[in-house]
Write a protein that binds this ligand. Structure first.
Ligand SMILES: *Cc1c(COP(=O)(O)O)cnc(C)c1O
Length: 391
Protein backbone atom coordinates (compact mmCIF):
# COMPACT_ATOMS: atom_id res chain seq x y z
CA UNK A 1 0.00 0.00 0.00
CA UNK A 2 1.61 3.29 -1.02
CA UNK A 3 1.36 6.65 0.69
CA UNK A 4 -1.59 7.94 -1.34
CA UNK A 5 -3.65 4.93 -0.30
CA UNK A 6 -2.74 5.27 3.39
CA UNK A 7 -3.57 8.99 3.45
CA UNK A 8 -6.84 8.35 1.65
CA UNK A 9 -7.89 5.56 3.99
CA UNK A 10 -7.13 7.76 7.02
CA UNK A 11 -8.94 10.84 5.73
CA UNK A 12 -11.85 9.79 3.50
CA UNK A 13 -15.29 8.90 4.81
CA UNK A 14 -15.22 5.12 5.15
CA UNK A 15 -17.78 4.28 2.47
CA UNK A 16 -15.63 2.77 -0.28
CA UNK A 17 -13.50 -0.34 -0.36
CA UNK A 18 -10.99 0.74 -3.01
CA UNK A 19 -8.81 -1.55 -5.09
CA UNK A 20 -5.14 -1.04 -4.14
CA UNK A 21 -4.06 1.06 -7.10
CA UNK A 22 -3.88 4.84 -7.43
CA UNK A 23 -4.68 6.05 -10.93
CA UNK A 24 -2.39 8.82 -12.09
CA UNK A 25 -3.18 9.41 -15.74
CA UNK A 26 -4.86 8.03 -18.79
CA UNK A 27 -4.22 7.89 -22.50
CA UNK A 28 -6.74 6.57 -25.01
CA UNK A 29 -8.18 3.34 -23.60
CA UNK A 30 -5.28 2.90 -21.17
CA UNK A 31 -4.84 3.99 -17.56
CA UNK A 32 -1.58 4.29 -15.62
CA UNK A 33 -1.17 4.01 -11.86
CA UNK A 34 1.29 6.04 -9.80
CA UNK A 35 3.79 3.20 -9.91
CA UNK A 36 3.83 3.27 -13.70
CA UNK A 37 1.74 0.15 -14.33
CA UNK A 38 -0.47 0.21 -17.44
CA UNK A 39 -4.07 -1.05 -17.58
CA UNK A 40 -6.48 -1.60 -20.45
CA UNK A 41 -9.63 0.11 -19.23
CA UNK A 42 -13.02 -1.53 -19.74
CA UNK A 43 -14.77 0.58 -17.11
CA UNK A 44 -14.31 4.17 -18.41
CA UNK A 45 -14.70 5.63 -14.91
CA UNK A 46 -18.09 3.85 -14.70
CA UNK A 47 -19.40 4.52 -18.21
CA UNK A 48 -18.08 8.08 -18.35
CA UNK A 49 -15.09 8.54 -20.66
CA UNK A 50 -16.71 7.84 -24.03
CA UNK A 51 -13.75 9.15 -26.04
CA UNK A 52 -11.07 7.67 -23.80
CA UNK A 53 -8.51 9.63 -21.85
CA UNK A 54 -6.35 12.60 -22.73
CA UNK A 55 -8.27 13.38 -25.90
CA UNK A 56 -6.62 16.48 -27.33
CA UNK A 57 -9.71 17.98 -28.94
CA UNK A 58 -11.72 17.63 -25.74
CA UNK A 59 -8.90 18.81 -23.46
CA UNK A 60 -8.23 21.87 -25.63
CA UNK A 61 -11.89 22.89 -25.52
CA UNK A 62 -11.83 22.76 -21.71
CA UNK A 63 -8.52 24.60 -21.43
CA UNK A 64 -9.82 27.34 -23.68
CA UNK A 65 -12.91 27.71 -21.51
CA UNK A 66 -10.88 27.74 -18.28
CA UNK A 67 -8.94 30.72 -19.57
CA UNK A 68 -12.20 32.59 -20.31
CA UNK A 69 -14.39 31.79 -17.31
CA UNK A 70 -15.24 28.72 -15.25
CA UNK A 71 -18.29 29.82 -13.34
CA UNK A 72 -20.83 32.61 -13.47
CA UNK A 73 -24.08 31.52 -11.65
CA UNK A 74 -27.56 31.32 -13.11
CA UNK A 75 -28.26 35.00 -12.64
CA UNK A 76 -26.85 35.61 -16.13
CA UNK A 77 -26.76 33.89 -19.51
CA UNK A 78 -23.62 32.20 -20.87
CA UNK A 79 -22.83 30.99 -24.39
CA UNK A 80 -21.54 27.44 -23.62
CA UNK A 81 -24.74 26.67 -21.67
CA UNK A 82 -26.90 27.88 -24.55
CA UNK A 83 -24.93 25.75 -27.04
CA UNK A 84 -25.02 22.69 -24.80
CA UNK A 85 -28.77 22.98 -24.19
CA UNK A 86 -29.54 23.35 -27.88
CA UNK A 87 -27.42 20.32 -28.77
CA UNK A 88 -28.80 18.24 -25.89
CA UNK A 89 -32.40 18.91 -26.88
CA UNK A 90 -31.71 18.23 -30.54
CA UNK A 91 -30.00 14.91 -29.73
CA UNK A 92 -32.55 13.80 -27.14
CA UNK A 93 -35.77 15.01 -28.74
CA UNK A 94 -36.64 16.84 -25.54
CA UNK A 95 -37.68 20.51 -25.50
CA UNK A 96 -36.27 21.90 -22.26
CA UNK A 97 -33.25 20.91 -20.21
CA UNK A 98 -31.83 21.70 -16.77
CA UNK A 99 -28.11 20.98 -16.21
CA UNK A 100 -27.17 19.57 -12.80
CA UNK A 101 -23.87 18.52 -11.22
CA UNK A 102 -24.50 14.78 -11.03
CA UNK A 103 -26.85 11.98 -11.92
CA UNK A 104 -28.56 11.87 -8.57
CA UNK A 105 -29.39 15.58 -8.81
CA UNK A 106 -30.85 15.03 -12.27
CA UNK A 107 -33.16 12.45 -10.68
CA UNK A 108 -34.11 14.89 -7.91
CA UNK A 109 -35.09 17.42 -10.57
CA UNK A 110 -37.12 14.82 -12.46
CA UNK A 111 -39.00 13.86 -9.28
CA UNK A 112 -39.77 17.51 -8.51
CA UNK A 113 -40.98 18.21 -12.05
CA UNK A 114 -43.25 15.14 -12.07
CA UNK A 115 -44.70 16.09 -8.70
CA UNK A 116 -45.28 19.69 -9.83
CA UNK A 117 -47.04 18.45 -12.95
CA UNK A 118 -49.40 16.42 -10.77
CA UNK A 119 -49.82 19.22 -8.25
CA UNK A 120 -50.92 21.65 -10.96
CA UNK A 121 -53.73 19.24 -11.86
CA UNK A 122 -54.88 18.10 -8.43
CA UNK A 123 -53.67 20.80 -5.99
CA UNK A 124 -53.04 17.95 -3.55
CA UNK A 125 -49.80 16.59 -2.10
CA UNK A 126 -50.44 12.86 -2.15
CA UNK A 127 -49.00 11.91 -5.54
CA UNK A 128 -47.17 8.60 -5.94
CA UNK A 129 -44.24 7.48 -8.06
CA UNK A 130 -43.92 3.93 -9.36
CA UNK A 131 -40.34 2.72 -9.62
CA UNK A 132 -38.84 -0.70 -10.37
CA UNK A 133 -37.35 -3.35 -8.12
CA UNK A 134 -33.56 -3.70 -8.58
CA UNK A 135 -33.35 -0.21 -10.11
CA UNK A 136 -30.62 2.29 -9.27
CA UNK A 137 -31.18 6.04 -9.41
CA UNK A 138 -28.60 7.58 -7.08
CA UNK A 139 -27.66 8.22 -3.45
CA UNK A 140 -29.33 11.48 -2.43
CA UNK A 141 -32.44 10.86 -0.35
CA UNK A 142 -34.96 11.46 -3.13
CA UNK A 143 -33.11 9.32 -5.67
CA UNK A 144 -32.50 6.70 -2.99
CA UNK A 145 -36.22 6.58 -2.24
CA UNK A 146 -36.96 5.50 -5.83
CA UNK A 147 -34.00 3.05 -5.91
CA UNK A 148 -35.39 -0.47 -5.70
CA UNK A 149 -32.59 -1.91 -3.56
CA UNK A 150 -33.50 -1.97 0.16
CA UNK A 151 -29.87 -2.59 1.22
CA UNK A 152 -28.98 0.98 0.22
CA UNK A 153 -32.04 2.49 1.90
CA UNK A 154 -32.54 0.77 5.22
CA UNK A 155 -30.46 2.95 7.59
CA UNK A 156 -31.59 6.20 6.03
CA UNK A 157 -35.37 6.13 6.43
CA UNK A 158 -37.57 8.07 6.39
CA UNK A 159 -36.79 8.83 2.72
CA UNK A 160 -39.28 10.81 0.62
CA UNK A 161 -42.66 9.12 0.75
CA UNK A 162 -45.12 8.29 -2.01
CA UNK A 163 -42.97 5.69 -3.76
CA UNK A 164 -44.15 2.19 -4.70
CA UNK A 165 -42.23 -0.54 -6.49
CA UNK A 166 -43.19 -2.83 -9.34
CA UNK A 167 -41.26 -5.53 -11.21
CA UNK A 168 -39.12 -4.57 -14.19
CA UNK A 169 -40.34 -6.09 -17.47
CA UNK A 170 -43.65 -7.08 -15.84
CA UNK A 171 -46.40 -4.80 -17.09
CA UNK A 172 -49.09 -6.45 -14.97
CA UNK A 173 -47.17 -5.71 -11.80
CA UNK A 174 -47.02 -2.03 -12.83
CA UNK A 175 -50.76 -1.99 -13.62
CA UNK A 176 -51.46 -3.35 -10.13
CA UNK A 177 -49.69 -0.36 -8.57
CA UNK A 178 -51.42 2.32 -10.62
CA UNK A 179 -53.97 4.44 -8.80
CA UNK A 180 -55.44 7.92 -9.18
CA UNK A 181 -52.45 9.11 -7.10
CA UNK A 182 -49.81 7.90 -9.57
CA UNK A 183 -47.94 10.90 -11.01
CA UNK A 184 -44.95 9.18 -12.59
CA UNK A 185 -43.40 5.88 -13.63
CA UNK A 186 -39.61 5.86 -13.58
CA UNK A 187 -37.51 3.22 -15.30
CA UNK A 188 -34.00 2.63 -16.67
CA UNK A 189 -34.37 1.38 -20.27
CA UNK A 190 -31.42 -0.87 -19.44
CA UNK A 191 -30.91 -1.53 -15.73
CA UNK A 192 -27.23 -0.91 -14.94
CA UNK A 193 -26.21 -1.42 -11.30
CA UNK A 194 -29.18 -3.79 -10.95
CA UNK A 195 -27.52 -6.34 -13.23
CA UNK A 196 -27.47 -5.22 -16.91
CA UNK A 197 -31.06 -6.10 -17.74
CA UNK A 198 -32.46 -4.51 -20.93
CA UNK A 199 -36.16 -3.62 -20.90
CA UNK A 200 -38.35 -5.55 -23.28
CA UNK A 201 -39.77 -3.39 -26.05
CA UNK A 202 -43.35 -4.39 -25.18
CA UNK A 203 -42.72 -3.39 -21.57
CA UNK A 204 -41.70 0.17 -22.46
CA UNK A 205 -44.51 0.40 -25.02
CA UNK A 206 -46.93 -0.80 -22.37
CA UNK A 207 -45.68 1.81 -19.89
CA UNK A 208 -46.09 4.51 -22.54
CA UNK A 209 -49.69 3.45 -23.16
CA UNK A 210 -50.47 3.33 -19.42
CA UNK A 211 -49.04 6.81 -18.97
CA UNK A 212 -50.99 8.19 -21.94
CA UNK A 213 -54.26 6.68 -20.73
CA UNK A 214 -53.87 8.03 -17.19
CA UNK A 215 -51.99 11.31 -17.78
CA UNK A 216 -48.95 9.96 -15.91
CA UNK A 217 -45.43 11.25 -16.56
CA UNK A 218 -43.04 8.62 -17.99
CA UNK A 219 -39.46 9.15 -16.77
CA UNK A 220 -36.51 7.32 -18.36
CA UNK A 221 -33.26 7.29 -16.41
CA UNK A 222 -30.66 7.32 -19.18
CA UNK A 223 -27.79 8.24 -16.89
CA UNK A 224 -25.87 5.06 -17.69
CA UNK A 225 -27.48 3.71 -20.86
CA UNK A 226 -27.67 7.05 -22.70
CA UNK A 227 -25.05 9.00 -24.64
CA UNK A 228 -24.42 6.43 -27.34
CA UNK A 229 -23.58 3.53 -25.06
CA UNK A 230 -26.22 1.13 -26.34
CA UNK A 231 -25.93 1.99 -30.04
CA UNK A 232 -28.29 4.96 -30.26
CA UNK A 233 -27.73 8.43 -28.82
CA UNK A 234 -30.28 7.67 -26.12
CA UNK A 235 -31.49 4.15 -25.44
CA UNK A 236 -35.15 5.12 -25.81
CA UNK A 237 -34.60 6.04 -29.47
CA UNK A 238 -33.82 2.47 -30.42
CA UNK A 239 -36.92 1.29 -28.53
CA UNK A 240 -39.06 3.88 -30.30
CA UNK A 241 -40.73 4.83 -27.00
CA UNK A 242 -40.35 8.45 -26.00
CA UNK A 243 -40.42 9.51 -22.33
CA UNK A 244 -41.87 12.77 -20.98
CA UNK A 245 -38.85 13.37 -18.76
CA UNK A 246 -35.37 12.00 -19.27
CA UNK A 247 -32.25 12.10 -17.12
CA UNK A 248 -28.64 11.98 -18.26
CA UNK A 249 -25.18 12.18 -16.64
CA UNK A 250 -22.09 9.89 -16.70
CA UNK A 251 -20.86 10.26 -20.33
CA UNK A 252 -22.73 13.55 -20.82
CA UNK A 253 -19.64 15.57 -19.95
CA UNK A 254 -17.09 12.78 -20.42
CA UNK A 255 -15.39 13.47 -17.11
CA UNK A 256 -16.58 16.84 -15.81
CA UNK A 257 -19.32 16.60 -13.17
CA UNK A 258 -22.54 17.26 -15.06
CA UNK A 259 -25.98 15.74 -15.36
CA UNK A 260 -29.25 16.84 -16.89
CA UNK A 261 -32.96 16.35 -16.68
CA UNK A 262 -35.00 17.28 -19.69
CA UNK A 263 -38.65 17.19 -20.62
CA UNK A 264 -41.14 17.77 -23.37
CA UNK A 265 -42.65 21.25 -23.52
CA UNK A 266 -45.98 20.08 -22.08
CA UNK A 267 -44.40 18.65 -18.92
CA UNK A 268 -41.57 21.19 -18.54
CA UNK A 269 -44.11 24.00 -18.42
CA UNK A 270 -45.33 22.68 -15.07
CA UNK A 271 -42.31 24.46 -13.58
CA UNK A 272 -42.65 28.15 -12.84
CA UNK A 273 -40.07 30.79 -11.93
CA UNK A 274 -38.25 29.80 -8.75
CA UNK A 275 -39.37 26.16 -8.69
CA UNK A 276 -35.83 24.81 -9.04
CA UNK A 277 -32.28 26.14 -8.89
CA UNK A 278 -28.57 25.41 -8.59
CA UNK A 279 -25.35 27.36 -8.05
CA UNK A 280 -23.00 25.30 -10.19
CA UNK A 281 -25.42 23.82 -12.70
CA UNK A 282 -25.22 25.23 -16.27
CA UNK A 283 -21.72 26.51 -15.48
CA UNK A 284 -19.67 27.39 -18.56
CA UNK A 285 -16.85 24.92 -17.87
CA UNK A 286 -19.07 21.84 -17.76
CA UNK A 287 -21.42 23.01 -20.49
CA UNK A 288 -18.42 23.72 -22.75
CA UNK A 289 -17.54 20.06 -22.21
CA UNK A 290 -21.10 18.91 -22.98
CA UNK A 291 -21.18 21.03 -26.12
CA UNK A 292 -17.85 19.59 -27.30
CA UNK A 293 -18.97 16.04 -26.52
CA UNK A 294 -22.01 16.36 -28.80
CA UNK A 295 -19.83 17.77 -31.61
CA UNK A 296 -17.40 14.90 -31.23
CA UNK A 297 -20.16 12.26 -31.34
CA UNK A 298 -20.88 13.55 -34.84
CA UNK A 299 -17.34 14.03 -36.07
CA UNK A 300 -16.26 10.59 -34.77
CA UNK A 301 -19.47 8.95 -36.09
CA UNK A 302 -19.36 7.24 -32.74
CA UNK A 303 -22.82 5.66 -32.82
CA UNK A 304 -21.94 3.65 -35.94
CA UNK A 305 -18.69 2.60 -34.32
CA UNK A 306 -20.49 1.44 -31.15
CA UNK A 307 -22.86 -0.72 -33.20
CA UNK A 308 -19.99 -2.39 -34.99
CA UNK A 309 -17.61 -2.98 -32.10
CA UNK A 310 -20.37 -4.02 -29.68
CA UNK A 311 -21.52 -6.80 -32.01
CA UNK A 312 -17.96 -8.12 -31.87
CA UNK A 313 -17.81 -7.80 -28.07
CA UNK A 314 -21.08 -9.70 -27.73
CA UNK A 315 -19.76 -12.49 -29.92
CA UNK A 316 -16.59 -12.81 -27.84
CA UNK A 317 -18.46 -12.72 -24.51
CA UNK A 318 -20.89 -15.36 -25.79
CA UNK A 319 -17.89 -17.61 -26.45
CA UNK A 320 -16.93 -17.29 -22.78
CA UNK A 321 -20.43 -18.41 -21.78
CA UNK A 322 -19.92 -21.50 -23.93
CA UNK A 323 -16.38 -22.21 -22.75
CA UNK A 324 -16.67 -21.81 -18.96
CA UNK A 325 -19.35 -23.52 -16.90
CA UNK A 326 -19.19 -20.84 -14.17
CA UNK A 327 -19.99 -18.12 -16.73
CA UNK A 328 -23.75 -18.38 -16.77
CA UNK A 329 -25.12 -15.71 -19.07
CA UNK A 330 -24.34 -12.58 -21.08
CA UNK A 331 -26.78 -9.69 -20.83
CA UNK A 332 -26.91 -6.07 -21.93
CA UNK A 333 -26.97 -3.91 -25.00
CA UNK A 334 -24.26 -2.24 -27.06
CA UNK A 335 -21.22 -1.37 -24.97
CA UNK A 336 -23.12 -1.96 -21.75
CA UNK A 337 -22.64 -5.66 -21.16
CA UNK A 338 -22.67 -8.02 -18.22
CA UNK A 339 -21.50 -11.56 -17.62
CA UNK A 340 -23.28 -13.34 -14.82
CA UNK A 341 -20.99 -15.73 -12.93
CA UNK A 342 -21.68 -18.44 -10.39
CA UNK A 343 -18.59 -17.25 -8.48
CA UNK A 344 -17.85 -13.84 -6.88
CA UNK A 345 -16.99 -11.19 -9.48
CA UNK A 346 -14.43 -9.52 -7.25
CA UNK A 347 -12.04 -12.48 -7.47
CA UNK A 348 -11.92 -12.12 -11.24
CA UNK A 349 -11.70 -8.34 -11.08
CA UNK A 350 -8.70 -8.53 -8.73
CA UNK A 351 -6.93 -11.03 -10.96
CA UNK A 352 -7.68 -8.92 -14.03
CA UNK A 353 -6.15 -5.90 -12.38
CA UNK A 354 -2.95 -7.81 -11.62
CA UNK A 355 -2.86 -8.68 -15.30
CA UNK A 356 -3.39 -5.11 -16.51
CA UNK A 357 -7.12 -5.06 -17.17
CA UNK A 358 -9.72 -2.91 -15.42
CA UNK A 359 -13.27 -4.22 -15.28
CA UNK A 360 -15.99 -3.63 -12.70
CA UNK A 361 -18.93 -5.50 -11.24
CA UNK A 362 -22.67 -4.97 -10.94
CA UNK A 363 -23.84 -6.69 -7.79
CA UNK A 364 -21.69 -9.45 -6.34
CA UNK A 365 -21.54 -11.91 -9.23
CA UNK A 366 -21.83 -9.93 -12.45
CA UNK A 367 -18.86 -8.62 -14.43
CA UNK A 368 -19.75 -5.31 -16.06
CA UNK A 369 -18.19 -4.11 -19.31
CA UNK A 370 -18.71 -0.38 -19.95
CA UNK A 371 -15.56 0.56 -21.89
CA UNK A 372 -14.77 3.86 -23.60
CA UNK A 373 -16.95 3.94 -26.72
CA UNK A 374 -13.86 4.35 -28.92
CA UNK A 375 -12.50 0.86 -28.18
CA UNK A 376 -11.52 -1.18 -31.22
CA UNK A 377 -11.89 -4.87 -32.02
CA UNK A 378 -8.19 -5.24 -31.20
CA UNK A 379 -8.88 -3.85 -27.72
CA UNK A 380 -11.69 -6.38 -27.34
CA UNK A 381 -9.28 -9.18 -28.32
CA UNK A 382 -6.70 -7.94 -25.78
CA UNK A 383 -9.36 -7.78 -23.08
CA UNK A 384 -10.60 -11.30 -23.85
CA UNK A 385 -7.06 -12.73 -23.80
CA UNK A 386 -6.42 -11.26 -20.34
CA UNK A 387 -9.86 -12.23 -19.06
CA UNK A 388 -9.42 -15.85 -20.17
CA UNK A 389 -6.19 -16.01 -18.19
CA UNK A 390 -8.11 -14.89 -15.10
CA UNK A 391 -11.09 -17.19 -15.66
C1 LIG B 1 -24.82 6.31 -11.87
C2 LIG B 1 -26.28 6.35 -11.95
C3 LIG B 1 -27.05 7.29 -11.22
C4 LIG B 1 -26.43 8.25 -10.23
O1 LIG B 1 -25.54 9.15 -10.82
P1 LIG B 1 -24.46 9.91 -9.91
O2 LIG B 1 -23.78 10.85 -10.86
O3 LIG B 1 -23.56 8.86 -9.33
O4 LIG B 1 -25.21 10.64 -8.84
C5 LIG B 1 -28.41 7.31 -11.42
N1 LIG B 1 -29.01 6.46 -12.28
C6 LIG B 1 -28.32 5.55 -12.99
C7 LIG B 1 -29.04 4.67 -13.95
C8 LIG B 1 -26.94 5.45 -12.84
O5 LIG B 1 -26.25 4.53 -13.52
Amino acid sequence: MNKCMKVSDQNFMPVYNRYPIAIEKGDGVYLFDNEGKKYLDFAAGIAVFAFGYNNKEYNDALKEQIDKIIHTSNLYYNVPAADAAEKFNKASGMDRVFFTNSGTEAIEGAIKLARKYAYNKTKTNDSEIISMNHSFHGRSTGALAITGQPKYQEAFRPLINGVVFADFNDLDSVKEKISEKTCAIVVEPIQGEGGLYPAKKEFLQGLRALCDENDIVLIFDEIQCGMGRTGSMFAYQDYGVKPDIMTSAKALGCGVPVGAFAATERVANAFELGDHGTTYGFNPLVTAAVSKVFDMFESYQLIDHVKEVSAYLEEKLDELVKDYDFVIERRGKGLMQGLELSIPAKDIIGKAMENGLIIISAGSNILRFVPPLVITKDDVDTMITILKKCL
